[in-house]
Design a protein around this ligand. Structure first.
Ligand SMILES: CC(C)(COP(=O)(O)OP(=O)(O)OC[C@H]1O[C@@H](n2cnc3c(N)ncnc32)[C@H](O)[C@@H]1OP(=O)(O)O)[C@@H](O)C(=O)NCCC(=O)NCCS
Length: 219
């Protein structure tokens, strides 16, 4: 692999192509040695961990995030982490980061189009049965029993929903506070927030959750 291909997982890249509606940009990067050096001075102090693997993953996410700023035609900017965890985007933008030990991923949109946006990435592997009970509400469990990856998809979607809503509502959510309608591609919280969801499945599972600004104004 050479050039830009070296930073992409081809199967994941294919899964991301049609994941999001046009208003939302999504990209990923294979985390590489040295990505920790991509953290700008304004960002470095906001990453609470001193562990190199975590700083590297956060650096990789910011490389992806700045690439999305370019694609949106916005000036490159520092993307520090707020004390409450979420990334701080420049005014007028909403977005989200996720990473595991291999891949960093980011989603970005203009706030005039999208009011809340969350992304999560997980390995494409079944959840342990005891974790499934923590994640799935009773009505979600029968489908999960018939599909080994279903629990992982629910986990990923609910984390994306939390990341979308927390910066707006400042409310802690448990997994059981979120009900997912996989066929309808929606999720609803106990507090009544309704979000659109999209899933990409390849080497990893990627979930995107969002609320359109127009929908929020009507709701
Ligand atoms: C936010 C949370 C879901 C992140 O999950 P994670 O597995 O630790 O980390 P991920 O790789 O998926 O995502 C990391 C990114 O999430 C973002 N993030 C962290 N806290 C966040 C928050 N409260 N709101 C939105 N985004 C947040 C950050 O940008 C972070 O990247 P960075 O440190 O490089 O800036 C988790 O840390 C958390 O706070 N969980 C409590 C709530 C919960 O899990 N409830 C059950 C599910 S609803």
């Amino acid at each position: 692999m050479t050039g830009t291909n070296a930073v992409h997982d081809p199967a994941l890249a294919r899964a991301l192509v049609s994941l999001a509606p046009p208003a939302i940009l999504v990209d990923h990067r294979l985390i590489a040695t040295g990505d920790e050096n991509a953290l700008l001075a304004e960002e470095a102090d906001t990453i609470p961990s001193s562990a190199i693997a975590i700083r590297r993953a956060s650096g990789a996410a910011r490389i992806v995030g700045r690439g999305l700023l370019d694609r949106l035609g916005c000036p490159r900017a520092a993307l520090p982490r707020a004390a409450s965890g979420e990334v701080r985007w420049p005014p007028g933008l909403v977005g989200s980061f996720a990473h595991d030990e291999r891949v960093a991923i980011a989603a970005l949109a203009r706030a005039r189009d999208i009011a809340a946006l969350g992304i999560d990435i997980e390995p494409a592997a079944p959840l342990a049965p005891e974790v499934l009970d923590l994640v799935a509400i009773p009505r979600e469990r029968p489908a999960a029993a018939n599909d080994p990856l279903r629990g992982r998809l629910l986990f990923c979607i609910k984390e994306a929903v939390y990341k979308a809503l927390y910066p707006r509502d400042r409310e802690f959510l448990e997994f059981h506070d979120i009900a997912v309608d996989m066929a309808g591609q929606t999720a609803v919280t106990r507090q009544g927030r309704a979000l659109r969801i999209a899933l990409g499945v390849a080497t990893h599972v990627v979930a995107l959750a969002w609320i359109e600004t127009a929908g929020l104004q009507k709701g």
